[in-house]
Design a binder for this molecule. Structure first.
Ligand code: CUA
Length: 331
């Protein structure tokens, strides 16, 4: 990494410090993000050169023409110098033309290809404050973790159920708004297996900073294995405690907002919990998925994520072990 990139990385890191994990926008994992990042770096270098020439010239002139003792003679005045005027008109025009050409070329390079039968389509729905990922072709609904096969075109149809959000996985693509009552489309493709953090990039209220997600780019085999596991209905718990928990969850207040396939829980407002434990984060990335965090969330989610829609639901301590035992079975 060059020095310039390191400096920029620190600036970006500071300005994105509300995120799931530090993101280096220059460490791209997709031809889309790579093309956008390249354009950004070219513009940055051009701006730097202009800045150095203009401000360097200014400083030079200020020093050269500084007041020297009692000598009050004004410096030589320059008027109507055709050559100078042509230069400072011509260069900016040239810069704008070059930027225009590079921008159009980049737009063409990152334009979404026509959808084909082998592509993956995902409906992405922004909620305050988490992301719903619905694969209509595969019958999978999940939250906060977008899985995609490497080297495949993935088309996203973005919308929102409440306010305007913005879907941004920096290492894979630029930002696209998720707007209520409207469907925006974008596409992703990645040639590097890995996990890439993403973040809501449009201020959407109290927990905007905790509206993160992860994009998991995996081999085609791993993706198919993940998809077939996600397509299964939730397994019936065998342990008595977990069975008790299942009753509490699927017949209680939880079912009003959460769905668990294969049970009576069919709520739509909250994340689908059928395979909760296949995910690594909860609450839009507010915390990693661990039993302690889940317990803390169920006891008092308001403390973990003030303003969240589940804040007025507090699981009683005596019900907690059974509910946690059941949730553990949702792999
Ligand atoms: Cu959603 Cu910011």
């Amino acid at each position: 990494m060059s020095f310039l990139k390191k400096v920029l990385f620190v600036i970006m890191g500071l300005s994105l410090s509300g995120c799931l994990a530090p993101v280096n926008i220059f460490n791209t994992a997709s031809p889309i993000a790579a093309a956008e990042s390249r354009l950004f770096q070219i513009i940055l270098v051009m701006s730097l050169v202009v800045f150095l020439i203009v401000d360097g010239g200014l400083v030079f002139i200020l020093i050269r023409n500084r007041s020297r003792g009692d000598d009050q003679t004004p410096p030589r005045q320059v008027y109507e110098n055709r050559l100078l005027e042509a230069i400072w008109t011509g260069i900016p025009i040239l810069i704008v033309v070059v930027l225009f050409i590079l921008t159009v070329a980049t737009m063409r390079a990152v334009a979404a290809p026509v959808r084909s039968a082998n592509d993956v389509v995902v409906n992405v729905v922004g909620h305050r404050w988490w992301w719903e990922f619905d694969y209509p072709g595969l019958g999978i609904k999940t939250a906060n973790e977008l899985h995609m096969p490497v080297g495949t075109n993935v088309h996203l149809d973005l919308t929102s159920v409440d306010v305007i959000h913005s879907f941004w996985p920096p290492q894979l693509s630029g930002k696209f708004d998720a707007i209520p009552g409207q469907t925006n489309t974008m596409w992703l493709t990645s040639d590097v297996v890995g996990e890439y953090p993403g973040q809501c990039a449009e201020f959407c209220g109290l927990q905007h900073a905790h509206m993160g997600f992860t994009v998991v780019v995996e081999s085609k085999e791993d993706f198919l294995a993940w998809a077939s596991a996600q397509q299964q209905a939730a397994a019936q718990p065998e342990e008595a405690l977990a069975q008790q928990g299942q009753k509490l969850v699927t017949e209680g207040i939880c079912a009003g907002c959460h769905a668990i396939e294969g049970t009576n829980a069919k709520g739509m407002n909250g994340p689908n919990l059928t395979h909760l434990y296949s995910r690594k984060i909860i609450a839009g990335g507010a915390a990693p998925l661990t039993e302690e965090n889940l317990a803390a969330w169920l006891r008092d989610s308001e403390a973990m994520k003030p303003g969240n829609l589940m804040a007025n639901v507090r699981v009683q301590e005596q019900h907690l072990p059974a509910i946690l035992a059941y949730l553990r079975t949702l792999k």
